[in-house]
Write a protein that binds this ligand. Sequence first.
Ligand SMILES: *[C@@H]1O[C@H](CO)[C@@H](O)[C@H](O)[C@H]1NC(C)=O
Ligand SMILES: *[C@@H]1O[C@H](CO)[C@@H](O)[C@H](O)[C@H]1NC(C)=O
Ligand SMILES: *[C@@H]1O[C@H](CO)[C@@H](O)[C@H](O)[C@H]1NC(C)=O
Ligand SMILES: *[C@@H]1O[C@H](CO)[C@@H](O)[C@H](O)[C@H]1NC(C)=O
Length: 357
Amino acid sequence: MNFFQSRKLNFNCFIFSMGLSIGFVFAFYSKNILAPIQISISSYIPMTSSPMLQPDAIHPTVQTRPFLLAQTISPPLLVESTPPNKVAFMFLTRGPIPLSQLWELFFKGHEGLFSIYVHAHPSYNDTIPQDSVFHGTRIASKPVRWAHISLIDAEKRLLTNALLDPLNQRFVLLSDSCIPLFNFTTIYNYLANSKLSNIHAYDEDKESGRGRYNPQMSPDITIKDWRKASQWFEVTRDLAIRIVDEQKYYNLFKKYCHHPCFNDEHYLPTMINILYGRMISNHTLTFVDWSKVGPHPRRFVQNEITENLLNSIRSGYGECVYYGNTTSICVLFARKFSPDTLKPLLALAPLLFGLSS
Ligand SMILES: *[C@@H]1O[C@H](CO)[C@@H](O)[C@H](O)[C@H]1NC(C)=O
Ligand SMILES: *[C@@H]1O[C@H](CO)[C@@H](O)[C@H](O)[C@H]1NC(C)=O
Ligand SMILES: *[C@@H]1O[C@H](CO)[C@@H](O)[C@H](O)[C@H]1NC(C)=O
Ligand SMILES: *[C@@H]1O[C@H](CO)[C@@H](O)[C@H](O)[C@H]1NC(C)=O
């Protein structure tokens, strides 16, 4: 496969040239600038010797790149992204991905246009076959606790690993209960032509919104800055770099965001609202059903999976605006689907992925 060989070659050239330019940068930048950057790198790529790691992705000179870039790019502006070479699909899971067979169908035939990264619990043992698209996609991980800052660490770890591949231009965070709602081409094109990052950042004047604000965060974060969002974001490469690099608000959340504050629902929207509000569409691409009140959204089970359900999720928002044009595509992914939905979902895959026509 010439295509892959040339990409591999490009990547090797990239590593070599990064090595050169990092040496160059070292010669000119003071230690003050580099020191904190190196700390943030090591905290997102744990240097453990777990057998699941991909040590070839952990090359010290390559790791430094996103952070050096982050230091040299200009302050926040609306940055137009170029069409992506690849979309990074980042799965934050506990253990297995029960719906992986559906994802396999989704990815099939689109090699070269996507990358996959999986952050599972470090103690989880894989048995992923060699011919699976998920083979070798585990990244070095650390345990994650619900609502805790360790969730943000896991997200930053996924982004850091995905940033190591310069061809990744869009970064989607997914869970083990997510499904794609359209075929690869439709989703890829939607993201390729998006200029902004797709993450919501809303102000909720309730216990479940402003009620989680901790006044000890002021004056750096005021109640007016406080935002909420679902954890499942989609970001540009530019915003991904800034997220991985961000320390000030991260440290405030680490110190002051405790129950009933949820780090995963408030850190990114609040930080982005303060620093990079112009870089987001303020819209999420991942559907979830919160119509039943409670701490967790609705989880779809086997006997609920019908053509009607999938169609109603796809068109549930009516029409959305996509850079000036109206579109019926408002969301690209949906959750939460329990493991037993795999069979009916596979049966409906031709419909879902437009293969029957
Ligand atoms: C994973 O495998 C290792 C070595 O085979 C074993 O020691 C460990 O207990 C396993 N962990 C789990 C969670 O099954
Ligand atoms: C996003 O929209 C909400 C209203 O739905 C608004 O409160 C919030 O300020 C917006 N966020 C940004 C970053 O523009
Ligand atoms: C919007 O629609 C016009 C006319 O159909 C088309 O030329 C243009 O490419 C569309 N823009 C986007 C961002 O899809
Ligand atoms: C993907 O889905 C679209 C409709 O969303 C359909 O028009 C197109 O033919 C499908 N592409 C493939 C390769 O199946």
